[in-house]
Write a protein that binds this ligand. Structure first.
Ligand code: DP6
Length: 403
């Protein structure tokens, strides 16, 4: 009962983000300092749709807890992992700074914590699960300890891309210059309301665990790829400025082209890594070719793909293109059996494709190659869930329901 009375619990959700100027490579692997700046779009957590891309995390602290414990998707895992401990240490440091040595503070910083986290999308499949995961962890811990303000620096210690999930809309992560990383922070370029017509389709081609994780992959690239060095020093600084302008001007044509080029250059640096890393598979390549045929048919950039460290495609387009492009994807990759679950997320209207579009764009269909399409939008940053029934940990600090 004492535990029940004394357990403080906070639950947050945090979004996935998708980079349009990619982060790949660290100059400091401990502090997670990147070799180049990056820019991303935060995806909506869409509470009102049954399938969303988001992480939910409950953090609990209590005098009676004897060790830090962590559950991921219902399974207990090692809470001693250095990145988790770095986030915990940093949040506690900020809390200590804020409180001074206030002995009457409601929650002792020496209490152990229990953390439970759930993703509703394939983990480690190149769908930025670590970004949402660490952003959510840091948001929940910060609330638990009453810490406010700049937290992207803390989330960065969990996973580089996580610092960008601390904010909604269009987000820049400045590489920074300082060796201590104090200036390597995320900053919102524009809120999600800035470009309401921008739409996103995630084409899930595989839920398999990726062959080479980002952390190991990017380190091999830093060690061996001359192209990556050139990219970080010369290409990205100019692209960051240009991409920020495309977003400010809501110029889809320019935004889309640069998004595709930057994705392609990231995958080129993977091929330039020795031994090479392949994240794109045959289906990813077919999606790329399809997007280019679609744009060529329309005579302008209507859709723009980007791929992270996995084969799934994220495709940007304006709202008025969604229905038609979804139908093109459905014809090109006809669903096998789960036709009713093929389209998830926000609603999509029906489209009748003109015959000349079909013959020019839909070539050589591959049945079953895409598992499902998720329709989403840019969205806000981490959210606090007020409803106690949504806690993933009970008053005893143990998971209350399975994933
Ligand atoms: C290809 O942030 O997962 O998604 O900092 O080692 O945790 P660590 O890597 P991570 O790398 C993401 C790489 C990327 C590009 C991006 O999101 O910018």
């Amino acid at each position: 009962m004492a535990a029940e009375r004394g357990t403080a619990r906070v639950t947050c959700t945090a979004p996935v983000n998708i980079a349009v100027i990619k982060y790949w490579g660290k100059r400091d692997t401990d502090l997670i300092l990147p070799i180049n700046s990056s820019l991303s779009v935060t995806l909506h957590q869409d509470q009102c749709h049954p399938i969303q891309l988001r992480t939910t995390t409950t953090a609990a602290a209590c005098r009676d807890f004897t060790e830090d414990r962590l559950w991921l998707n219902g399974e207990e895992v090692d809470a001693g992992q250095p990145r988790l401990q770095a986030c915990l240490r940093e949040v506690r440091r900020l809390a200590r700074k804020r409180r001074g040595d206030d002995a009457a503070a409601p929650l002792s910083l020496s209490y152990k914590v229990h953390v439970a986290s759930e993703n509703n999308f394939p983990t480690a499949a190149g769908l930025a699960s670590s970004a949402a995961g660490y952003a959510c962890l840091v948001s929940a811990l910060a609330r638990l300890y009453g810490v406010e303000g700049e937290l992207s620096e803390v989330a960065r210690r969990g996973s580089g891309s996580a610092c960008r999930s601390m904010l909604g809309g269009f987000v820049q992560w400045h590489r920074g210059e300082r060796p201590d990383g104090r200036d390597s922070v995320a900053q919102q370029l524009a809120p999600e309301t800035h470009w309401p017509e921008l739409s996103v389709l995630v084409l899930v081609v595989s839920g398999e665990k990726k062959a080479v994780g980002s952390t190991a992959g990017m380190q091999t690239s830093v060690d061996t790829s001359p192209l990556l060095k050139y990219r970080a020093e010369v290409v990205v600084p100019e692209r960051m400025t240009r991409m920020a302008r495309c977003i400010q001007d809501r110029d889809f044509e320019a935004f889309g082209q640069l998004t595709m080029q930057d994705s392609n250059q990231f995958h080129a640096t993977c091929l330039d890594t020795f031994p090479p890393i392949f994240y794109l598979n045959d289906i990813s390549q077919r999606i790329i070719a399809l997007a280019h045929r679609f744009n060529a048919h329309h005579g302008r950039t209507k859709v723009a793909y980007t791929f992270d460290a996995g084969p799934n495609a994220v495709i940007f387009m304006l709202e008025d293109t969604v229905d038609e492009f979804v139908e093109v994807v459905r014809r090109s990759f006809p669903p096998n059996s789960n036709g009713d679950q093929f389209l998830r997320g926000r609603p999509v209207g029906t489209a009748v494709l003109p015959e000349e579009l079909v013959s020019a764009v839909v070539v050589d269909p591959v049945p079953g190659a895409i598992r499902y399409i998720l329709h989403t939008k840019p969205g806000p940053g981490p959210q606090l869930l007020d409803d106690p029934s949504q806690h993933l940990l009970g008053p005893d600090g143990l998971p209350c329901r399975s994933a």
